[in-house]
Design a protein around this ligand. Structure first.
Ligand code: 0WD
Ligand code: CA
Length: 408
């Protein structure tokens, strides 16, 4: 059976009411259409402080920004594990930081151009949500090939023709996730990612605003010789807010950026050209590892980075025990060519076209439900628009028949 995905119900009434389902087809179904995607343009930024305070004023919004420095091979990614500070994962932050930032950004622009841009925007969301929409087609493909496949749930709101999408995080789900991230068997591997970031970044490049052409900071020599390693605090984040357009749909996306190239010149403003995404991966030891890396990891890294205009993905390959064994940088836009023609190839235009179809389905279904006369009889207060739950299951579900779907 063809794989697919379904959107569902309003959350206002507690009973789930399925509004419509949308099948996600096999990748080849989408390969004959091209969906344009506009190069993302950085609009503004915000930081989360070490205590998870939201910083969005012009004097502090870049406080958590950091710069790349070359880590020393052999670095021990276990370093600092016992002292790390972990964000409170049980708090559902929703879209608050993004919306507060946009509000502040628009109010700080006396020309009104920022407010005009917001008024014309048709979609506002986190980059992570668009990543999920773009990868759904390949999750179905994973399932069709007997591999592990992930589903997801989001909330959608339509306000003045702008669609807002956030992750659906019921308290029980957040609590379980937070618990397993910190104390489960995945806690250490997840720490390795944060530790790698700490080895690769520095908050204070040797270049300053008054001396923008000083050489980049020296490479880190590891914690034993160098205190440049600052113990990870997962509260700290720097996020870029960009504008783009997906298949003609004007979109604003917020996403976390790990660091900037050391040559970035902030006096000229922020450019996505300087963004670097950091990843860790187990060292590749077999053909099977290599295929898995190219089919699963590079696809995810590509989509995630592409959506924010991040041109470089730097992967730290580590041993099971957490020693940094190797380092490799990829040009994001070269990644599709690396897998083209291989049996496990993936196609970015398939991701874009299937995501565009999904967004179109979500918007149409939500708009129809909101204009339906039946809706006015429900206890929806006029001041708060209804929230719709979107579920994607790559697996067959009773409501979707024999194939997987996205349901509202
Ligand atoms: O469930 C939530 N409420 C989520 C919130 C899920 C994912 C992200 N977020 C928040 C982030 O904290 C940030 O403020 O949304 C904002 C933007 O995030 P994004 O760039 O859209 O997130 P995504 O692309 O999914 O992930 C980027 C990074 C991850 O790095 P890796 O290299 O693993 O992709 O965001 C981090 C993580 O370091 N991250 C999170 N940070 C805070 N809360 C979360 C999370 N739940 N999940 C991933
Ligand atoms: Ca990262």
């Amino acid at each position: 059976a063809a794989p697919a995905a379904t959107l569902v119900e309003t959350l206002k009434s507690d009973q789930a009411r399925t509004l419509a389902s949308h099948q996600v087809h096999e990748p080849s179904h989408y390969s004959h259409r091209v969906t344009p995607f506009q190069q993302p343009l950085h609009l503004t930024s915000f930081s989360y402080s070490p205590t998870r305070q939201l910083l969005l004023d012009s004097h502090n919004r870049d406080d958590s920004l950091s710069y790349y420095r070359e880590p020393r091979l052999g670095s021990d990614l276990n370093h600092g594990f016992d002292r790390a500070v972990w964000r409170d994962g049980t708090v559902d932050e929703g879209l608050d930081a993004l919306l507060d930032t946009l509000d502040h950004w628009a109010r700080s622009d006396p020309s009104g151009a920022a407010a005009d841009l917001l008024a014309k925007t048709a979609l506002i969301t986190w980059r992570g949500m668009l990543t999920k929409l773009m990868l759904a087609v390949y999750e179905c493909d994973n399932l069709a090939h007997g591999r592990r496949a992930d589903g997801w749930e989001m909330n959608a709101m339509l306000v003045e023709d702008c669609l807002y999408l956030e992750e659906s995080n019921p308290p029980a789900k957040l609590a379980a996730k937070a618990e397993s991230e910190r104390s489960g068997p995945g806690a250490l591997p997840s720490y390795y990612g944060y530790s790698f970031e700490a080895y690769c970044t520095t908050s204070a490049p040797s270049r300053t605003l008054s001396n923008p052409h000083a050489p980049p900071p020296p490479p880190s020599r590891g914690p034993d010789e160098d205190d440049g390693f600052s113990v990870p605090n997962t509260n700290v984040q720097w996020c870029s807010v960009v504008k783009t357009s997906l298949g003609g749909c004007r979109t604003i996306v917020g996403g976390e950026v790990d660091c900037l190239r050391p040559t970035a010149d902030m006096t000229r403003g922020v450019s996505t050209n300087d963004f670097i995404e950091l990843k860790t991966n187990l060292v590749i030891q077999s053909l099977r590892d290599e295929i898995n890396f190219e089919r699963q990891k590079l696809l995810k890294h590509y989509v995630q980075s592409f959506l924010l205009g991040v041109p470089t993905v730097t992967v730290g390959f580590r041993t099971r025990q957490g020693q940094l064994a190797n380092l490799q940088s990829f040009n994001t836009l070269d990644l599709p060519r690396m897998v083209r023609g291989k049996p496990h190839a993936w196609d970015p235009s398939v991701c874009l076209t299937s995501a565009h179809d999904l967004l179109d389905f979500i918007r149409r279904t939500v708009a129809a439900a909101m204009s339906a006369p039946a809706n006015s009889s429900e206890s929806t207060s006029p001041s708060s628009p209804p929230v719709f739950r979107i579920s994607f299951s790559p697996h067959a579900t009773p409501s979707s028949g024999s194939f997987p779907t996205v349901t509202i």
